[in-house]
Design a binder for this molecule. Structure first.
Ligand code: SAH
Ligand code: SF4
Ligand code: F3S
Length: 444
C-alpha cells in the first residue's frame, strides 16, 4: 500500500460539541504535520466526525461511508470519529472494511498515538470509551478555530443523566468538567487573540462542577464576561435540573453575558417527562422559567421538544402545546421521537404511529411560528448591538447576530461595509418570525 500523504479532509455532522471537537482534531492533526485540504479527492486521510442522535443522522453516516467506497484503492485512509464511531465501534470495520480508524470523542486525546499507528500501516485502530476509566477532558492545547471572532470553549464533556431516549451518555462517556483555571487560561488567550464572542459548551453546560472547587458555573460566566475584550459570553445547553437562580443574576449583572437561555423541556406532560427519565415535572420546569422571566433584562428563551415519545397521548401532546403559550419561546427545535439502540426507551412499545408523530410535529411548528411572528414584533423600533457575520450582496444587506442570538439583516449608510466581527447599533424596522431587519444607526 502506498504511504498516505499527510493531507486530510474532515467532514462534521451533529451538534456544536462535535463542531468544536473537529476544530480540536484539526489542530491536533496540523500539529502532527498534516495539512488540511478542502477537497476529499486530494486528501490522503479522510475523517468523518459523526452524529447518532436520531436514526436519520446515523443513516446519513452509512450513506456517506458507502460513497467513500468509490475512492478505495487510491492509497487513501478513512477514519470515523464521533458518536456513531463510539456507538458502533468495531462493527464499522465490518460494514466498511476500508475504514482504518474508529474513535469516539472521549479518546481523542490519544489521537497522536493513533495517527502514528495509522502511518505505520495499521488498519484496525480503535479509540473506544469503556465508560469506566475516562475521567479526563480532551486537552485543547491545539485548536484550529474556524471563526476569528467567535469561539467555543468546552467546559464539560459527556453526560450522566441517562434520559431514556438518548444515546449521548453512551456515545460521549461520563460527565467530566474542566478545571476552572484551564478554562480561564483558554478564555484569556482567546480574548488576547481578538475573540470577542465566547461560547461555553457542554451537553449540560450548567451541570458544570469545577474539579478545583473554585468556581460555580455562574462564576465562570462572570469571570469570562469580565475579561477585557470579551463582549459576549454565550452558553449552551442548559439542563433544567441544574438551572440555578444565580445564572439569571449574572445575566442581569453583566451586559456581556448574553440574554439568552436554551432550556430544553422535551415535553409539557409530567407523565411523559417521567417516562423520559428527565427527573423534573412540568411545574419544576416552569418555576425555572419564572426565574428567567423575573430578570430585569428581556432574556430570550429557546427549547428542544420531542413529539411522539412512546405512550404520548393526545392529552400529553396538548400539554406540550400549552407550554408554547405559557413560556413564550423565541425558538423551538422540535423532533419526532426516534428509537435509538441500547437506550432504555427501546423496551417501551413505540405506540405513536409515524403519521401521528409527523402531524403533531407540524401542529407544534405551525403554532410556534405564529407565536414567534407576534413575539418578534416586540423588537420593532429597538436599537440593538449586532455583531457582523456576513454580507448578502444580492439584497445589499449585512447579516449579523444580536446578543439574544437572533439573526439581524441590516443596511448601513456608509459606503464601506462594516468588517466581519465588528459590532454596530442597529435599529429594527421590520420583524419576521425568524429574523429582524433594520438599519445601522452608528458604530457600536
Ligand atoms: N443535553 C441536552 C440535549 C442534547 S441532545 C438536554 O438534555 O437537554 C439535543 C436534542 O436532541 C435533545 O434536546 C432532544 O430534543 C433531541 N433528541 C435526543 N434524543 C432523541 C431521540 N432519540 N429522538 C428524537 N430527538 C432526540
Ligand atoms: Fe441526552 Fe438527557 Fe444527557 Fe441531554 S441530559 S444529553 S437528553 S441523556
Ligand atoms: Fe449528535 Fe453526538 Fe452531538 S449524537 S448531537 S454529535 S453529542
Amino acid at each position: 500500500m502506498s504511504a498516505p500523504s499527510k493531507t486530510f479532509y474532515i467532514e462534521t455532522f451533529g451538534c456544536q460539541m462535535n463542531a468544536h471537537d473537529s476544530e480540536k482534531v484539526i489542530g491536533t492533526l496540523e500539529h502532527e504535520g498534516y495539512t488540511r485540504v478542502e477537497d476529499e479527492e486530494a486528501a490522503g486521510l479522510i475523517l468523518y466526525n459523526t452524529c447518532s442522535i436520531r436514526d436519520k443522522a446515523e443513516q446519513k453516516v452509512f450513506h456517506r461511508l458507502n460513497e467513500y467506497k468509490r475512492m478505495q484503492g487510491e492509497g487513501k485512509q478513512f477514519a470515523v470519529l464521533g458518536c456513531v464511531a463510539q456507538q458502533e465501534g468495531n462493527k464499522i470495520f465490518e460494514r466498511a472494511p476500508y475504514v482504518s480508524l474508529v474513535s469516539g470523542s472521549a479518546s481523542y486525546r490519544n489521537l497522536p498515538a493513533m495517527l502514528d499507528r495509522l502511518e505505520q500501516g495499521e488498519t484496525r485502530i480503535t479509540g473506544l470509551d469503556d465508560h469506566r476509566t475516562q475521567d479526563e477532558t480532551f486537552d485543547t492545547e491545539f485548536t484550529t478555530r474556524s471563526n476569528p471572532h467567535r469561539g467555543y470553549i468546552t467546559i464539560i464533556e459527556g453526560c450522566d443523566k441517562f434520559c431514556s431516549y438518548c444515546v449521548v451518555p453512551y456515545t460521549r462517556g461520563k460527565e467530566r468538567s474542566r478545571a476552572s483555571d484551564s478554562i480561564m487560561t483558554e478564555a484569556q488567550r482567546m480574548a488576547a487573540q481578538g475573540y470577542t464572542d465566547i461560547q461555553l459548551l457542554g451537553q449540560n453546560v450548567n451541570s458544570y462542577r469545577d474539579p478545583l472547587g473554585k468556581q460555580t458555573f455562574a462564576q465562570v460566566l462572570r469571570s469570562i464576561g469580565q475579561l477585557s475584550g470579551v463582549r459576549r459570553v454565550r452558553f449552551t445547553t442548559s439542563h433544567p435540573r441544574d438551572f440555578t437562580p444565580d445564572i439569571v443574576q449574572v445575566i442581569d449583572e453583566l451586559p456581556t453575558v448574553c440574554d439568552h437561555v436554551h432550556l430544553p423541556v422535551q415535553s409539557g406532560s409530567s407523565a411523559v417527562l417521567k417516562a423520559m427519565q428527565r427527573e423534573y415535572t412540568r411545574e419544576w420546569y416552569l418555576e425555572r422559567i419564572a426565574w428567567i422571566k423575573s430578570a430585569k433584562r428581556d432574556i430570550s428563551m429557546t427549547t428542544d421538544i420531542i413529539v411522539g415519545f412512546p405512550g404520548e397521548t393526545e392529552d400529553d401532546f396538548e400539554q406540550t402545546m400549552t407550554m408554547l403559550d405559557e413560556v413564550g419561546y423565541d425558538a423551538v427545535y422540535a423532533f419526532q421521537y426516534s428509537q435509538r439502540p441500547n437506550t432504555p426507551a427501546v423496551g417501551m412499545p413505540d405506540t405513536v404511529p409515524d403519521e401521528v408523530k409527523s402531524a403533531r410535529l407540524q401542529r407544534l411548528m405551525d403554532a410556534q411560528r405564529e407565536r414567534q411572528r407576534l413575539s418578534y414584533e416586540r423588537h420593532l423600533g429597538q436599537v440593538m448591538d449586532v455583531m457582523v457575520e456576513g454580507y448578502n450582496r444580492q439584497r445589499g444587506q449585512v447579516t449579523g447576530r444580536s446578543s439574544q442570538n437572533k439573526t439581524v439583516n441590516f443596511t448601513t449608510a456608509q459606503p464601506i461595509l462594516p468588517a466581519l466581527g465588528s459590532y454596530l447599533n442597529v435599529r429594527v424596522t421590520r420583524t419576521f418570525p425568524n429574523s429582524l431587519v433594520g438599519e445601522a444607526v452608528q458604530a457600536g
